[in-house]
Design a protein around this ligand. Structure first.
Ligand SMILES: [Mg+2]
Length: 402
């Protein structure tokens, strides 16, 4: 239905313009022609009520189901497996480490594949029936006990421990795009494009926003889990959304972001919708997706904090390359497609900052400038960034002077 509504919106001239047809580059043309919305999504076709029959079965009270989450060798995808524990853990110290086959997650060779999960943070599980069932955010170690190359949490933790008395906090704005099972933005017309950007940001109405149910289910599930979930909004490109986590002190923002991404993808799986964190899912005049990181310390939040913020920005201006490398999992390659100096982004090559300016690398919000204290927003991190890598770079440049 949403699809038909969207096709009513189509601007024929816009769609026919050959300069926009290359946007189909990433799409399988055969499947685009044959797309019938979610008909081809196996998960959407499954009954959503059958599971309830088993949810109500009584299980032993002392047992806990735990879902261990980790980041695989791509640095951007989540893996998980479940186990049953025979007591309710009070903290991560009560949880066992666990091994997995790292050769199947791009993290080890087949001859030496045992890779270790170390539990780091516990969340309530919105998907399992038991009150004590949990999600466990883990980081990953090689058989020699070293962090795997995709484990950015370990170095982030080391950096944050050195500055924890400065109470560094992070607030992260996660943008993402919904796709149908064939990889086309969810709700877009079968051929051609929706009308140009303008009416969709923070919009309401069946012809402007798609899958709000999913967005609201995600918000509630994140609050249940114990994530510092802060809000949601529809984004500039149709089928694109944003949510925010934080502000949270130290590593919690990164942990929260990864677990909230998992919860989002889990719920989307039930709906038969695909979530992509790709920073530029559609070429052409469509906004990309970022993960703006808002950052501050106790000194920045205190009277006279503006001076401390400006000092931090000065240090950032000298480390553009380091930050661009840390701000997407392909060390800048993903952000090359997004940071083009247009569509509310800065140039990837040049550091810039400004007050209330969304075309800069770093923005100081108007309210912060007026108050003379607060925080700044680093707008460069890509939507598929690893927040541990971003927080690590911010702390090391701004606070540790590395
Ligand atoms: Mg946004």
């Amino acid at each position: 239905m949403a699809l038909r509504c969207a096709s009513l919106f189509i601007n024929k001239e816009f769609a026919a313009s050959s300069s926009f047809l290359f946007q189909f580059r990433n799409l399988n043309m055969t499947s685009v022609r044959q797309t019938h919305f979610l008909r081809n999504s196996p998960n959407a076709a499954l009954s959503k009520t059958l599971l309830d029959r088993y949810r109500t079965l009584e299980t032993p009270k002392n047992l806990v189901q735990a879902t261990y989450l980790w980041i695989d060798g791509t640095g951007e995808n989540i893996r998980l497996k479940d186990r049953v524990l025979n007591k309710v853990p009070k903290s991560v110290e009560d949880l066992p480490n666990w091994q997995y086959d790292g050769s199947s997650t791009y993290q080890a060779s087949g001859e030496n594949s045992d890779t270790t999960l170390i539990p780091r943070a516990i969340y309530r599980d919105p998907f399992k029936p038991g009150q004590n069932d949990i999600i466990v955010m883990c980081d990953t170690y090689t058989s020699e006990g070293k962090p795997t190359p995709s484990n950015k949490r370990a170095t982030c933790q080391a950096a944050i421990e050195k500055v924890i008395d400065q109470e560094p906090w992070f607030g992260i704005e996660q943008e993402y795009t919904l796709l149908d099972i064939e990889g086309r933005p969810f709700g877009w017309p079968e051929s051609g494009f929706p009308a140009p950007q303008g009416p969709y940001y923070c919009a309401v109405g069946a012809d402007r926003v798609y899958a709000r149910d999913l967005v609201e289910a995600h918000a509630t599930a994140c609050l249940y889990a114990g994530i510092d979930f802060a809000g949601t909004n529809a984004e500039v490109m149709p089928a694109q959304w944003e949510y925010q986590v934080g502000p949270s002190i130290g590593l919690k923002a990164g942990d929260d972001l990864w677990v909230s991404r998992y919860i989002l993808q889990r719920i989307a799986e039930e709906y038969g919708i695909v979530v992509t964190f790709d920073p530029k899912p559609m070429d052409g005049p469509w906004n990309g997706a970022g993960a703006h990181h808002n950052f501050s310390t106790k000194a920045m939040r205190a009277d006279g904090g503006m001076k401390v913020i400006e000092e931090a920005i000065k240090k950032l201006s000298k480390q553009q390359e380091r930050h661009i490398r840390a701000y997407d999992p392909k060390e800048g390659k993903d952000n090359e497609r997004r940071l083009v100096g247009r569509l509310e982004t800065s140039s990837i090559d040049k550091f810039s900052w400004g007050i209330a300016n969304r075309g800069t690398s770093v923005r100081i919000p108007r309210g912060v400038a007026s108050a003379g204290k607060g925080y700044f927003e680093d707008r460069r991190p890509s939507s598929n960034c690893d927040p541990y890598a971003v927080c690590n770079a911010l702390v090391r440049t701004c606070l540790l002077n590395e």
